[in-house]
Write a protein that binds this ligand. Structure first.
Ligand SMILES: [Zn+2]
Length: 236
């Protein structure tokens, strides 16, 4: 009985695989590399409590500020901050499970706030070629983590596609990045249906250029739609 109820509450991965793997390959904190306890997933308790959660609209880049846009971000991100190495790992170390765990952590941080969840969760898409090379879209797995906590929000991968494969944004200046987002995305107009509130999921807001491109495109078709942005970090 106890065993069955344990399995109902947690997946097989949580009950068996994680503790077993942990025994042979101890996990390390993504921020400070200290060995984690089995009940910790990606951050040690010290780094987790050190994250500066932000739900502050003022943190959005000016051109994203609008009454119909809400921001939920797990933390601030700045050079030398605890979040820096772990966000680097998220982007470049091919850690799909870690993305899912980050999504869970973000969603759990929202649980004690009375937030209205959107009808759809839409991860910012990668270009198919880039997704193929990376093996997955990190924003999709963040969204899957959020959805595990808020199952009423539908994960929709069919609404927006990336039609241009822009190069890594990190080496471009701000003006060039803002210019480059034009015509990068396309809406799949027949699959949207009637929806009044969507959630866009991305890993980090730096200039906000990518989100700006997507939001302008969505608003051009659905001017009254409400948008909630879920990200792991906003640069300070
Ligand atoms: Zn740590």
């Amino acid at each position: 009985m106890v065993f069955n109820s344990l399995l109902k509450k947690h997946s097989i991965r949580e009950v068996f695989l994680k503790p077993l793997l942990h025994l042979f390959f101890p996990y390390r904190c993504h921020a400070c590399s200290i060995e984690l306890f089995s009940n910790e997933s990606i951050l040690c308790i010290f780094c987790e409590t050190g994250l500066e959660h932000t739900f502050n609209q003022a943190e959005l880049p000016q051109y994203l500020v609008s009454e119909s846009i809400t921001l939920h971000s797990l933390c601030y991100y700045s050079k030398g901050h605890a979040a820096q190495p772990l966000l680097h790992a998220l982007k470049y170390n091919h850690e799909r499970d870690a993305c899912f765990d980050w999504g869970l952590m973000l969603a759990k941080s929202l649980k004690n706030r009375s937030i209205e969840m959107p009808e759809y969760l839409i991860p910012v898409p990668l270009h198919p070629k880039k997704e193929y090379l990376r093996g997955y879209n990190q924003s999709e797995y963040l969204a899957r983590g959020i959805q595990a906590v808020y199952p009423s929000a539908q994960l929709r991968l069919d609404l927006i596609k990336r039609v241009k494969n822009s190069n890594s944004q990190t080496r471009k200046n701000r003006h060039k990045r803002l210019h480059d987002v034009r015509n990068v995305f396309e809406l799949n107009a027949h699959t949207w249906g009637t929806v009044s509130h969507i959630g866009l999921v991305d890993d980090v807001i730096t200039t906000g250029a990518t989100l700006k491109g997507i939001i302008e495109l969505i608003k051009s078709k659905y001017p009254d739609i409400r948008i909630t942005i879920f990200v792991l970090a906003v640069t300070k």
